[in-house]
Design a protein around this ligand. Structure first.
Ligand code: NAD
Length: 247
């Protein structure tokens, strides 16, 4: 017999950059779990339920985030080779407006898409740890370090807690031997991306981190450029895919 008296309160979660590659991959599974408001630039908003939101517009961010439990901020120019002028709006002003707006309207959890490019000046042979300070090897990575800094600032000064995801190499396809080693060892699969965002939104952060956690966005790759023990512990992320698996 169904329990007709049962009431459920679903989280309201706003996703920015939802029309992008990672945003589209998250859409189905997370829509089942939460009330998701998917947003992107007006030109990317379409009949598939994406609302217009330019993340460089602070007032518009405040309006979109009102009553949200969490914001998952994906919107950016994701090209590691882009210029300062190209980065300025989406990757510098955008994270500021998103972080400020999330704190202003008292969002409980802000999840920021950072990148392992924030660490790309470290030698390739050195496994990345979430406790490593940013060591960007390009301007895109430096902008991601700025975004992480904004997250740490908001967490330290407001009631909004922040998880910054140093994402590796997202791909729907499992990388094979022909894939560059630096991409294969940083692979993030679609189902692990869903699990990563689920954990980032739902986790109770450990005591002592002051509401700010850096997490690694990679799958459980046998050979992994990024150490996963701290991320498993801090946010309860349970990845299942391996770039070296035969399945
Ligand atoms: N794909 C990867 O392998 C990877 C790796 C590391 C980090 N990341 C980060 O993850 C996030 C998502 O990456 P993706 O691969 O889905 O990128 P994507 O380019 O496919 O999607 C980004 C989305 O952001 C939107 N956007 C750009 N400027 C905007 C603005 N001013 N306001 C609102 N929306 C705007 C674009 O329209 C686009 O739909 C990015 O922050 C990226 O830097 C991705």
């Amino acid at each position: 017999m169904p329990d007709t008296n049962r009431t459920t309160t679903r989280r309201r979660v706003v996703v920015t950059g939802a029309a992008g590659r990672i945003g589209r991959a998250l859409a189905g599974p997370l829509d089942e779990r939460w009330d998701v408001l998917r947003t992107d630039l007006p030109e990317a908003a379409d009949a598939a339920g994406i609302a217009p939101l330019d993340v460089t517009d602070l007032e518009a961010c405040r309006a979109a985030f009102a009553d949200a439990d969490a914001v998952v901020h994906l919107a950016a120019d994701p090209g590691p080779g882009v210029s300062f002028d190209e980065l300025h709006g989406p990757n510098l002003v955008g994270p500021y407006a998103v972080a400020q707006a999330a704190a202003d309207v008292r969002v409980r959890r802000l999840v920021l898409a950072s990148s392992l490019h924030a660490m790309s000046a470290l030698p390739a042979s050195v496994q990345r740890r979430t406790s490593d300070q940013p060591r960007p090897g390009n301007l895109y990575g430096a902008a991601k370090a700025w975004s992480e800094g904004l997250g740490a600032w908001i967490a330290a000064t407001t009631g909004t807690s922040v998880v910054a995801l140093r994402i590796g190499y997202f791909s729907e396809q499992r990388p094979g031997p022909d894939t560059l080693p630096q991409d294969r060892t940083a692979w993030l699969s679609t189902r692990d991306a869903v699990e990563l965002v689920r954990a980032s939104v739902e986790a109770d952060l450990p005591a002592g981190v002051d509401g700010f956690v850096v997490a690694h966005g990679v799958s459980a790759n046998r050979h992994n450029v990024a150490e996963l023990g701290a991320t498993r512990r801090d946010i309860g992320y349970v990845p299942v895919d391996d770039a070296w698996s035969e399945e």
